[in-house]
Write a protein that binds this ligand. Structure first.
Ligand code: CMC
Length: 428
């Protein structure tokens, strides 16, 4: 007999089914609770609420496990490529040679964007934050490909939208950067792999040669794999909920970019470097900054520490910390900020406040150090996170639509005024 859970309220007992996932995760299905009892559940920040069931990503925050479609993140980061991981996340299995070549080829061939994008970019002041520009450019794909708005699009049509956004996001990212620094844009090249093409578009100067350093391209590829999906986080839930109104892939991803931008989510990678720089300029006293983070009257938080689900370690942070050492070593970069980061980690891991609250370095703590060593400017860090997360957003949007999930619409407990009578302006 399948498991059930009971809720007792007002002398009555309500029995609800318990759902078990393939990794033995348990959930009480409260779908019929309101109908039976008039009750809803209340869970600020969805800390304990499953919004869907999904076959894409599994993570166990206590044990520090992260798997995409059943493959451990450590193995994928070591042996796979970002494009292969994108295919895995979106279509469910690793591609064979032919499938990979066709997928990669289609992405290479769709990298160009309409020439009018130069005029659109030109309308943004150069001080614009790249995340705002990126989300606008992604939304504007609906103007160039209006057929993408059709909620009944054929699977082939949906696949074309998927290929287009995967192909064009690096072009948007690089062009956003070039516009910001006032340089002419570089056109994409169909000859280069995903990351080399991005680096080429970002760093080639007019009239000068630019050779992509394979150390840099490989490090970037690994970082994108590590960011590729993370189940129902803030931005991914935003993508799913936007898509649940039958919003298009492009508008849903654009919404996800905006959700990712905030400093508590993807924007943390920028904040980490800013904090480490501040500590360095302030003389490198890590304890002073730790005390600031612990002071409840001070809004300062140690960015790059803590995670909603990881409570022992973030497996991505472990891989990235090692990669940061390797990259800096191979490139011969000596970044004093890396020493400050390691010092801060050492102090935090022994600090009662941090230990009690299970605050460990997360994915964003060391990624900024690698991005910096690769020559990527700080305000582009979150754009790179968005590029990495794109296959996850696509996979989650596609799964939600294929499952024909209902429109997302939470309920609330109303706590405002009741029954007030309108008072004319001259009597208030
Ligand atoms: N520095 C100092 N104190 C912290 C920090 C921090 N970075 N993170 C959490 N705390 C404290 C918090 O003040 C609270 O203390 P108390 O119980 O005394 O009130 C306790 O730890 C629990 O924190 P919370 O904010 O209730 O936890 P949450 O699950 O709602 O938030 C978090 C998770 C990631 C938003 C939070 O840890 C944080 O703000 N971290 C810094 C920002 C950051 O690095 N974000 C990137 C996350 S990884 C990339 C991604 O997937 O988005």
């Amino acid at each position: 007999m399948s498991e059930t859970a009971k809720i007792i309220y007002d002398g009555k007992e309500y029995e609800l089914p318990v759902i078990t996932g393939t990794e033995n995760e348990k959930a009480i299905d409260i779908g019929s609770l309101r109908q039976m009892s008039g009750l809803i559940t209340l869970d600020y920040g969805y800390k304990n609420t499953g919004a869907t069931s999904s076959k894409i990503t599994f993570l166990d925050g206590e044990k520090g496990i992260l798997k995409y479609r059943g493959y451990g993140i450590e193995e994928l980061a070591e042996k796979s490529s970002f494009i292969e991981v994108a295919y895995l996340l979106i279509f469910g299995d690793l591609p064979n040679q032919d499938q990979l070549e066709r997928f990669e080829g289609a992405i290479r061939n769709n990298r160009m964007v309409h020439e009018d994008y130069k005029r659109i970019l030109g309308g943004f002041p150069s001080r614009s934050h790249p995340m705002g520009v990126l989300s606008s450019l992604v939304t504007s794909l609906t103007a160039f490909f209006p057929e993408s708005l059709d909620p009944n699009r054929s699977p082939e049509g949906v696949n074309l939208s998927i290929v287009r956004i995967l192909a064009k996001m690096p072009t948007f990212a690089a062009w956003t950067y070039k516009h910001k620094i006032g340089h002419p844009v570089n056109y994409p090249s169909s000859k280069e792999d995903y990351c080399s093409n991005l680096l080429h578009m970002m760093f080639k100067q007019p009239g000068a040669d630019y050779e992509v350093d394979p150390v840099i391209a490989n490090a970037l590829d690994k970082l994108l794999i590590l960011h590729a999906d993370h189940e129902q986080n803030c931005s991914t839930s935003t993508v799913r909920i936007t898509g649940s109104s039958h919003g298009s892939l492009y508008t849903s991803v654009s919404a996800g970019i905006n959700a990712l931008w905030g400093p508590l989510h993807g924007g943390a990678n920028m904040e980490v470097i800013n904090t480490l720089e501040n500590i360095r300029e302030d003389g490198g006293d890590t304890k002073k900054w730790m005390d600031k983070a612990k002071d409840k009257d001070d809004p300062f938080r140690l960015m790059g520490f803590g995670h909603r689900v990881y409570k022992n370690f973030d497996p991505r942070a472990r891989i990235i910390k090692k990669a940061a050492d390797d990259v800096l070593d191979k490139l011969g970069v000596n970044d004093p900020v890396l020493d400050i980061a390691k010092g801060l980690e050492r102090v935090a891991l022994e600090d009662e406040y941090f230990v009690e609250r299970k605050l460990y370095p997360n994915v964003d703590f060391y990624s900024g150090i690698i991005y910096r060593a690769l020559g990527i400017p700080v305000d582009m860090f979150t754009v790179l996170f968005a590029l990495g997360r794109l296959p996850g957003w696509i996979a989650q949007w596609k799964e939600m639509r294929e499952n024909k999930e209902p429109i997302g619409r939470p309920r609330q407990v109303y706590t405002g005024e009741t029954n007030r009578t309108y008072v004319p302006l001259n009597q208030r």
